[in-house]
Ligand binder design. Structure first.
Ligand code: ADX
Length: 470
């Protein structure tokens, strides 16, 4: 079985040290067995953390190509300069572990000057471990062996199949006298928003129904990023050909728009998705996106200091706990004592503060809990970032606590407005720093005209009507 990691047999990258540019070939790569395969100079070479798409591309190239595997990687200009000087570039994973080594042949700065394009032959330094279901990955020659001479048609998938599509695909392959080679694209989350492990689990559930008279369907995850339509991403066809199959013709591929109804059905309430996809596929999708009463949710309060965010957030958190949901409260001032301690109130620090709160909220949401956040969060763009982080994992409700500045200032519970007016505290939101009023708030609440208990009821009702309480 393919474990996915290769390096040159040539001891300690002899070709690299000698400056020769002969890249790794299929004949000269062999599984890495230990860390002693790392070249000594590796620590001195410039490093870059490539996107999951690039890592996947390198992995696929090393598995498929019968010649030097060459890649092109976009890097920051400074890394481009360092690569040109060193003649080497090390690609690492997010944790900084070296993954692959590029013998730099060419560095071309981009016209803007911010990035550069580094090209050259690539070899693995360590086994590739990223991504789920590694045990299912195969080299093309292994797939060829598995096929044992039977004809195969390949279909690359970035989303699960509807029940109709399962039948159509099996019919199309059967009509061609072939087995199906089903290739979920798992390098990264694609346009469907489905995490790779959910995609593989959903497609695996379909497999028994994709068998043809020529044989069972084969499932081989490919380290590619799915495209927006069903056209196979670059690399899929090469893989299928190397495995001895052909790609299924475009007209037999699942409809590019087929994900939209599945996605809407997941939000349409219980039972809807089961009408479109098979029950076992539906079960996998439901684990990813449960019905709203079990789905993760972030309620994000934004508003000026003293507007009443914390009081409302606490009231809401208690009400949700009483109704049986698991709640994490992330108040602005509390976050600044631990999560964001040391950060100031300049734009960059405020943004970082909100991104940290957003990250916590999106994780809570991913695990099916409710995050109630209450920072000022004065900038629309940063709030939008948080929204999209959270919505990748569940739902997001934005509450603008729109108590007028004059009222917040008059309350001045912490005495901060007085200090801000006196110039003792600089960059104070509403006084000497901007607050961008949200245009995408689900609720707008003014605590100068609505008592706190009533305001909490308004928010709770919104959440109940939305289905998040069951
Ligand atoms: S945010 O802008 O980064 O979202 P956050 O909610 O964390 O702000 O912190 C706001 C709290 O910090 C306020 O409630 C107030 O008590 C305090 N604070 C101290 N300095 C400032 C400032 N310059 N602007 C706003 N709030 C400040």
């Amino acid at each position: 079985m393919w474990v996915g990691g290769y390096t040159q047999v040539t001891p300690r990258f002899g070709h690299a040290a000698s400056g020769a540019s002969a890249g790794p070939t299929r004949g000269t790569i062999t599984p890495v067995t230990g860390s002693d395969a790392l070249p000594e100079d590796v620590a001195a070479w410039p490093v870059h953390v490539p996107s999951p798409a690039v890592v996947g591309q390198v992995e696929l190239l090393l598995a498929c190509i019968d010649g030097p595997a060459r890649v092109t990687v976009d890097v920051p200009a400074s890394v481009g300069d360092a690569s040109a000087e060193a003649g080497h570039l090390v690609l690492t994973d997010e944790e900084g572990t070296p993954l692959a080594h590029l013998t730099v042949e060419n560095v071309s700065p981009d016209p803007g000057g911010a990035t550069a394009r580094v090209a050259g032959p690539v070899g693995a330094l360590r086994p590739f471990r990223a991504g789920p279901f590694r045990a299912l990955r195969r080299r093309p020659d292994e797939v060829r062996d598995d096929l044992a001479g039977s004809a195969a048609v390949g279909v690359a998938l970035g989303r699960p199949l509807t029940a109709t599509e399962e039948r159509d695909l099996a019919d199309a392959a059967a009509g061609r006298g072939a087995r199906l080679l089903v290739l979920p694209c798992v390098a990264d989350t694609g346009p469907s928003g489905l995490p790779p492990e959910i995609l593989v689990r959903a497609v695996r559930a379909s497999l028994p129904r994709l068998a043809t008279p020529a044989g069972a369907a084969l499932l081989v995850p490919l380290p590619l990023v799915p495209g927006a339509d069903t056209a196979a991403p670059p690399g899929a066809a090469e893989f299928v050909h190397a495995a001895g199959g052909t790609m299924l013709d475009q007209e037999a591929m699942p409809d590019p728009t087929g994900w939209t109804p599945i996605r809407s059905a997941l939000d349409a309430g219980p039972g809807a998705v089961e009408e479109i996809v098979a029950a076992d596929v539906a079960a996998v999708l439901r684990a990813w996106r449960p019905v709203r009463s079990q789905r993760g949710l972030t309620v994000f309060f934004t508003g000026l200091s003293g507007s009443g965010k914390s009081t409302l957030a606490q009231g809401l958190a208690n009400a949700l706990l009483e109704r049986g949901r698991t709640v994490t409260l992330v108040d602005g001032d509390a976050a600044r004592r631990l999560l964001s301690s040391g950060l100031g109130f300049g734009r960059a620090d405020r943004d970082l503060n909100i991104r940290r709160i957003g990250w916590v909220a999106s994780e809570v949401t991913r695990h099916g809990g409710v995050a109630v956040c209450a920072p000022i969060a004065p900038f629309a763009a940063t709030r939008a970032e948080v929204r999209s982080m959270v919505e990748a994992n569940g739902d997001f409700v934005l509450v603008h606590v729109a108590t007028p500045l004059a009222v917040c200032e008059q309350r001045d519970r912490k005495g901060l407005y007085a200090k801000a007016r006196a110039g003792v505290i600089p960059e104070f939101t509403g006084v000497s720093d901007p607050y961008e009023v949200p245009e995408d708030a689900d609720l707008r609440i003014d605590t100068s005209t609505l008592p706190v208990d009533d305001a909490v009821d308004v928010i709770l009702n919104h959440i109940e009507r939305g289905g998040w309480l069951g």
